[in-house]
Ligand binder design. Sequence first.
Ligand code: PRP
Ligand code: MG
Length: 213
Amino acid sequence: MEKVTFALPKGRLLKEAVDFLSSVGIDASEVLTQTRKLIFEWEGYRFLLVKPMDVPTYVYYAAADLGIAGKDVIEEKGYDLYEPFDLGFGACRLSVAEPVNAPEPYDLEKLSYIRVATKYPRITDAYFRSKGIHPEIITLYGSVELAPLVGLTDRIVDLVQTGNTLKANGLKEVDTILHSTARLIVNKASLKTKYSLIKPILDRVKGKLLTQK
Ligand code: PRP
Ligand code: MG
């Protein structure tokens, strides 16, 4: 039997993604079992456990038919994907932050250059260029808040959810680039070739989201 494959994000979004799928009748709970396995099956479904930033990649290249990913990573990767639904959970924002005791006030009008550390080089580059500011971007893969503390960069662009990580590292938000929530994404070719399998899923998701409103 032909299967429908989902790419699911490891980490913070995973539990809510699994709960959401369960609410539309898809049981992916085995992915939460914390084994070292990366691929799981349940009835006609397959679930891939991937890094959040890689979810759009798996879906774009059709290694997965559908995925659950934050708007932040969808924007960063920039692939041509079908993104039918905002799932509403996983709210956070992508912000610029700097040390609370930064010497100069953050003023986009006065800045012509900025040195910034981030996991989101594409969004960061486009954002500052759109403001006429030349960004020098140091790409990191985590613990981005460390960069200004050790003089790697003056500022960072990173996700803020509760604000605890900024606070714990003596940083403050000075600008917001985008607001993010989890989205359902679909490979455009899969939507056509597996229409009879994928369309009912999309209908159930739509129904679920309508009842939440
Ligand atoms: C994420 C993000 C921020 C933090 C935001 O990091 O990069 O650092 O969470 O959450 P908060 O505002 O609630 O503190 P994560 O813990 O996923 O680790 P990483 O950046 O090292 O990958
Ligand atoms: Mg972090």
